[in-house]
Design a protein around this ligand. Structure first.
Ligand SMILES: [Zn+2]
Length: 663
C-alpha cells in the first residue's frame, strides 16, 4: 500500500489523499475536498488531478464539509463510478451541501453530477459498530469513529494485509471537534472517540495546531451567559432585532438549542427584572422625577388603550401629558404627576408598579431564515435521535449532557424537544413573555418580523457575503437598537471577517466598504452593536486536543502498541510546524502515552508517494505513455463538455417562451 498526499497540503482546505494497493489492484481516495477561501482556490479546483477519476475504485469520506467532499461531483463528472463510504448522516448532509454548492459561480460540477453520487452508509451495514472494521474488498477493511466535529463526522482507519499473517493500519483523523470524553461543552455531540486499533500510520489535521483555546471559551455556562446578556439588552430596548449569521450545517442547529435554553430556562421568569423601572423603588422615583418617557416607558404607555378603563382614567387623573424638547432638540411626550404632594406621589408610585400588570407580554421570535439550514436541520432531527444499531438507548452521536443543559429528566424528553425545535414548532408562554420559533422562507421573514418585539434571526451564510442573511445585515447595520452576533470562523477578507474587525476596533477603525456582491455598505454607517461569540463556537479541537488524539488509544492496554508514524496536513504551514513541535515535546514529556511515535512527517506539494509497507518515501513512477494519452483525451473531452453546457445554457436563455409557458 502506498499513499500520496494531494490536497490540504500547506493549507486548510481541499483534503484529499490517494491510496494505491498494487497487489489488490486498488486505487482509492480518503476525502475529495474543494479548496476554499483564497484566490488560488478556483484554479486549484479545476486543476488536473494526478490520477484518472475513472480509475478510482471507491472513496472513504470523513465528513460533509465542502473542503472534504466538495469535489466528489467533479470526480463523477470525470468518470468515477464507485461507492462513497461514509455515515448516513454525512451522506445526507453532503448531498444537501453539494447541491447548494452546484449553484455557486465557478462550481466545477452541476446538480446532475451530485445526483449521480452513490453513497454506502457504513452505519447501515450488518454488524456495524464504531471502530469495528468491515470488509471493503478481500484483504482491505475500514472502520469509522465519531470525531465530534459536525454531525456524522468521523475519523477513518484502513487495515490491509501485508504478508501472510500480518496486517497494517493507517488512520485519517478527518476534522476533530472540541468535545472529548471529559469535557463536552458544545451542545450537540458526544466527545470525539480515540482510535481503537494500533495504526502504524496516522494522518492528522492541524487547523488549530498552534493554538490553545482560552479556558473561558470552553465553558458552556459562559457561552449561555453571553447570550443572556445580549437577549436581555434587546428586551430592555423593547423593540429590537438580533441578526445571527451562521453556517447552515451544525452551527445553526447548535444555536437553536442554545437560544432555546436561554429563553426558556434563564429569561422567562426574569422579564420583570430586566425592566427594573417597573418594580424597583429607586427606578420608580427616578422615573417620577424625570417624567415617564423614552424607550423604556413606550410599551406600557403605548398599550394604554388596552388597559382597563378605570385604570386608564385613574392614570389621566394623576399624570399630566406634556410635550418636551430634550437637549438634542428631540420632541418627547412626557407624563408627569399633576402635583407633588405626598398623596398624589404615592398614588403615582402605586400606579407605575401596577403598569407591569397591564403591559403586554414581550413577544420574542426566533426565526430561522435559511432554506439550506432548514433542510439540514431536518437531517439533524432524525440523526441526533438515532441509537447504535442493536443497542437501544445508546445514542450514536448525541451529547448526553444535553439533558442537563435543557433541564430535562429523560432522553425521551430530549428527543421530543429535538423534534419540536428542529421542526420549527416551539412555542411557549410565561406571565411576562412569549417565545415562538418559526422557520421562514427569505421572502416571508420581514413580514413575520412585524409580529415580534424582539426578533432573533438566524440566517446563512456564516461568512455574511452571500445568502439570505445579506438583506438582514443591510437593513439592521444602520440601526442603533439592533445587534449582529458573529458565531463562527469567517475568513478575514469576507464581510464576516470585516465585521469581526469592527467589533474589536471599539469604533477606531478607518471606514471601509463591506462588499455584499450587488450591494455595498460603509462601515462608518454601522450603528448596530456587533458582538463576537465566535470563540465559543469553534468546531475544531485545539492544539492540546490534537496532541491528545495522536497519543491516545481506546484499547490502550489490550493490544501491544506498535510505533506510529504521524503525517500532518490540513493546516497552514505555521500550524503544521507548531503541531509537529507539540508532538515532539510530548514524546519526551509524558511516559503514560498509549503509543510511541516512529516519526513525524510534514508532507509538501513536492512530496512523492510514501510506501506504507516499506515505511519510506519513494519516487513518483514515470507516467506511462498510455496514461498520459488517456489523461489528455479526458481533458479534451471535459473541455468540450463544458463548452456544450455553456452553449446549452445560452440557448435556453435566448429561446423565447413558448405560448402558455410562464417566463
Ligand atoms: Zn470540517
Amino acid at each position: 500500500m502506498k499513499a500520496k498526499f494531494i490536497g490540504a497540503i500547506e493549507r486548510v482546505t481541499g483534503s484529499c489523499t490517494l491510496l494505491e494497493h498494487s497487489e489488490a489492484g486498488l486505487r482509492f481516495l480518503v476525502d475529495c475536498g474543494m479548496a476554499q477561501g483564497d484566490p488560488r482556490a478556483l484554479a486549484s479546483n479545476l486543476a488536473p488531478w494526478p490520477f484518472l477519476a475513472s480509475r478510482i475504485d471507491f472513496v472513504l469520506l470523513t465528513h460533509a464539509h465542502l473542503d472534504h467532499c466538495g469535489l466528489l461531483p467533479r470526480l463523477v463528472r470525470e468518470g468515477f463510478t464507485g461507492q462513497i463510504y461514509c455515515t448516513r448522516f454525512t451522506a445526507e448532509l453532503a448531498r444537501l451541501n453539494l447541491i447548494s454548492a452546484s449553484t455557486m459561480s465557478g462550481a466545477p460540477f452541476t446538480r446532475m453530477d451530485v445526483e449521480l453520487l452513490q453513497f454506502t452508509h457504513v452505519d447501515e451495514l450488518n454488524g456495524f459498530g464504531w471502530g469495528k472494521p468491515f470488509a471493503i474488498t478481500k484483504g482491505l477493511f475500514a472502520s469509522f469513529q465519531p470525531t465530534a466535529h459536525i454531525g456524522g463526522a468521523c475519523s477513518v482507519t484502513i487495515r490491509w494485509r501485508n504478508g501472510e499473517d500480518s496486517w497494517k493500519e493507517m488512520a485519517f483523523s478527518g476534522d476533530l471537534g472540541p468535545n472529548n470524553d471529559e469535557v463536552a461543552n458544545q451542545s450537540l455531540l458526544a466527545g470525539r472517540a480515540y482510535l481503537s486499533g494500533a495504526p502504524q500510520y496516522l494522518l492528522v489535521e492541524s487547523t488549530y495546531g498552534g493554538r490553545v483555546r482560552e479556558p473561558q471559551f470552553a465553558d458552556a455556562n459562559n457561552r449561555l451567559k453571553e447570550w443572556k446578556r445580549i437577549i436581555r439588552s434587546a428586551v430592555e430596548t423593547v423593540k429590537a432585532t438580533i441578526v445571527v449569521p451562521c453556517f447552515s450545517i451544525h452551527r445553526c442547529q447548535e444555536l437553536l438549542f442554545d437560544i432555546h435554553v436561554v429563553l426558556e430556562r434563564n429569561l422567562r421568569e426574569e422579564i420583570v427584572s430586566v425592566r427594573p423601572w417597573l418594580t424597583e423603588d429607586a427606578h420608580i422615583e427616578n422615573a417620577l422625577q424625570l417624567g415617564l418617557r423614552g424607550n423604556k416607558i413606550d410599551r406600557p404607555i403605548n398599550a394604554m388603550h388596552e388597559w382597563p378603563k378605570n385604570r386608564r382614567d385613574h392614570f389621566n387623573e394623576i399624570f399630566l401629558r406634556c410635550e418636551e424638547i430634550d437637549d438634542s432638540g428631540k420632541l418627547h411626550t412626557v407624563y408627569r404627576p399633576i402635583a407633588d404632594d405626598n398623596v398624589t406621589l404615592e398614588q403615582a408610585r402605586s400606579l407605575v408598579r401596577e403598569m407591569r400588570v397591564f403591559t403586554p407580554k414581550v413577544r420574542i421570535q426566533v426565526i430561522l431564515d435559511s432554506p439550506l439550514g432548514q433542510r439540514v436541520t431536518s437531517v439533524f432531527r432524525r440523526e441526533l435521535k438515532r441509537c447504535m444499531p442493536g443497542s437501544p438507548g445508546v445514542p450514536m452521536y448525541r451529547n448526553c449532557a444535553l439533558k442537563e443543559l435543557l433541564g430535562l429528566d429523560s432522553q425521551v424528553q430530549v428527543d421530543a424537544l429535538t423534534d419540536r425545535l428542529f421542526l420549527g414548532e416551539r412555542e411557549s408562554e410565561s406571565k411576562f413573555a412569549s417565545y415562538i420559533l418559526r422557520f421562514c422562507k427569505p421572502e416571508e421573514t420581514e413580514d413575520v418580523m412585524k409580529d415580534g418585539d424582539v426578533n432573533i434571526v438566524l440566517s446563512s451564510s456564516g461568512m455574511c457575503d452571500v445568502g439570505p442573511v445579506v438583506p438582514h445585515l443591510i437593513r439592521e447595520l444602520p440601526i442603533s437598537t439592533s445587534t449582529i452576533v458573529l458565531t463562527g470562523y469567517a475568513d478575514p477578507e469576507t464581510v464576516g471577517g470585516r465585521l469581526r474587525a469592527v467589533s474589536r476596533s471599539s469604533g477606531n477603525a478607518v471606514s471601509e466598504q463591506l462588499n455584499f456582491g450587488d450591494a455595498t455598505f460603509e462601515t462608518s454607517n454601522i450603528r448596530a452593536k456587533v458582538e463576537d461569540l465566535g470563540g465559543y463556537y469553534s468546531g475544531h479541537a485545539d492544539s492540546d486536543g490534537l496532541v491528545d488524539f495522536v497519543f491516545r488509544r481506546i484499547s490502550r492496554h489490550t493490544i501491544p502498541q506498535s510505533a506510529c508514524r504521524v503525517f500532518i496536513n490540513h493546516g497552514d504551514e505555521r500550524m503544521r510546524q507548531a503541531l509537529a513541535q507539540s508532538i515532539e515535546q510530548r514524546i519526551g514529556f509524558r511516559a503514560d502515552t498509549d503509543c510511541s511515535i516512529a516519526g513525524i512527517e510534514v508532507p509538501t506539494r513536492a512530496s512523492a508517494w510514501f510506501d506504507l509497507d516499506l515505511d519510506k518515501w519513494i519516487s513518483d513512477e514515470p507516467i506511462s505513455e498510455m496514461d498520459e494519452l488517456r489523461s489528455m483525451l479526458l481533458r479534451l473531452f471535459l473541455e468540450q463538455r463544458r463548452t456544450n453546457d455553456l452553449l446549452a445554457e445560452t440557448l435556453k436563455l435566448q429561446r423565447p417562451p413558448r405560448p402558455g409557458q410562464r417566463g
